[in-house]
Design a protein around this ligand. Structure first.
Ligand SMILES: Nc1nc2c(ncn2[C@@H]2O[C@H](COP(=O)(O)OP(=O)(O)O)[C@@H](O)[C@H]2O)c(=O)[nH]1
Ligand SMILES: [Mg+2]
Length: 345
């Protein structure tokens, strides 16, 4: 998969048309047309990120600050407290130990004594953990197919609407396939978004075979000169086995109909579910090679540490983060900006 990307990217290196979201300045879409009152300026995006992540910051960095507060010098006890705090913030024991091991060594050698320096080091280490090497999403060749998976309620449908909104603003022709035929309400939800944002939908009847809807969707995309096809799927069937089989079938139908597709397999994870998100990702990786993660609800009571833990354990890049329920509330994930928003006082 990655080899294929590299090939595709080199192929298009000289093609200026291939401006994509990920290659733009972090936090700034490649085209900033329709910039309303700086809402999409880099600063505007950062301000929104920081504002929306207030609760997540409370459950993470404020806890770290509590530990550091009142200590003029770092001692082993402070590090023990810090370790506990990070684990409680959903960071995952393995990841925490990796970070702490290094800090403990430095404290022991008396290289690290100042709490402010420790805070900065922690921020840097977390930023490093978030930097999973990956190629940016190319959004080409057309039709570029994005298959979106994840359990019920994590925010798949909402994320798809937000993503369609972003891509439309980039002047891309988007088509959304409503392959969650398990619940009638799922299609209606997508239709409501489609009307509001202005993207077409391919749907089947409720209870219809989702793979058949996907087949129709790809056909329509080829016929209608669509740039990006986004496929919404069910997050729950009668059993987990059923669901995985169904998703694998959808994956197969896509790749048979369009060799090389799906170009992106995105898993949506709810940041407020903590470590459980990681086991969901592991289960869903049976569908195919997951190429990216969308982490939603970072405006909620997520503990922040989960972000580092997911990036680290899955070795898969976090592509986007959801920071609210509005269509503008999907941001491209940028490790530096993210930790800055979390740690900045
Ligand atoms: N606060 C917040 N709510 C979100 C976010 N993303 C989705 N939601 C909400 O989560 C709920 C479930 O979303 P939905 O897209 O239907 O999930 P799906 O079952 O995975 O398709 C809805 O109420 C959404 O508005 C987010 O980033 N922040
Ligand atoms: Mg849905």
């Amino acid at each position: 998969m990655i080899k294929k990307w590299i090939h595709k990217i080199t192929e298009r290196e000289d093609n200026k048309e291939t401006s994509d979201l990920s290659r733009g300045t972090p936090g700034q879409p490649a085209s900033s047309q329709g910039d309303r009152a700086g809402a999409t300026s880099r600063f505007g995006l950062f301000r929104r990120l920081k504002e929306q992540m207030g609760k997540t910051r409370g459950g993470f960095v404020q806890q770290i600050d509590q530990v550091l507060l009142g200590h003029r010098k770092i001692d082993p006890e402070v590090l023990d407290d810090l370790e506990e705090t990070l684990v409680m913030a959903d960071m995952g024991i393995g990841t925490v130990q990796e970070i702490l091991e290094e800090l403990r060594r430095e404290v022991k050698r008396k290289e690290l004594q100042d709490p402010a320096v420790l805070r900065e080091r922690l921020k840097e280490r977390i930023t490093d953990l978030l930097k999973v090497p990956a190629h940016p999403i190319t959004w080409t060749p057309a039709p570029f197919v994005v298959l979106v998976i994840g359990v019920n309620g994590v925010g798949k449908t909402t994320t798809i609407a937000k993503l369609a909104y972003r891509l439309k603003r980039e002047d891309r022709n988007v088509l959304v396939v409503a392959a969650d035929t398990f619940r009638a309400a799922a299609v209606e939800q997508l239709e409501t978004w489609g009307r509001r944002i202005g993207f077409p939908i391919i749907k089947g009847r409720a209870g219809h075979d989702p793979s058949a809807v996907v087949y129709d969707g790809i056909e329509a995309a080829l016929r209608r000169d669509v740039d990006v096809v986004i496929i919404d799927t069910a997050g729950r069937l009668h059993t987990e086995v059923n669901l995985l089989q169904e998703l694998r079938k959808i994956y197969r139908v896509i790749s048979q109909k369009l060799p090389g597709a799906p170009h992106e397999l995105l898993i949506v994870l709810d940041a407020t579910t903590g470590q459980n998100a990681i086991s969901q990702a592991k289960t869903f990786s049976k569908v195919g090679k997951i190429t990216g993660i969308v982490l939603t609800k970072l405006d909620g009571t997520a503990k922040g540490g989960i972000v580092a833990s997911i990036a680290q354990e899955m070795k898969t890049p976090i592509r986007f983060i959801g920071i609210g329920e509005k269509m503008e509330d999907l941001q491209e994930f940028d490790p530096e900006e993210f930790t800055k928003a979390l740690f900045e006082k």
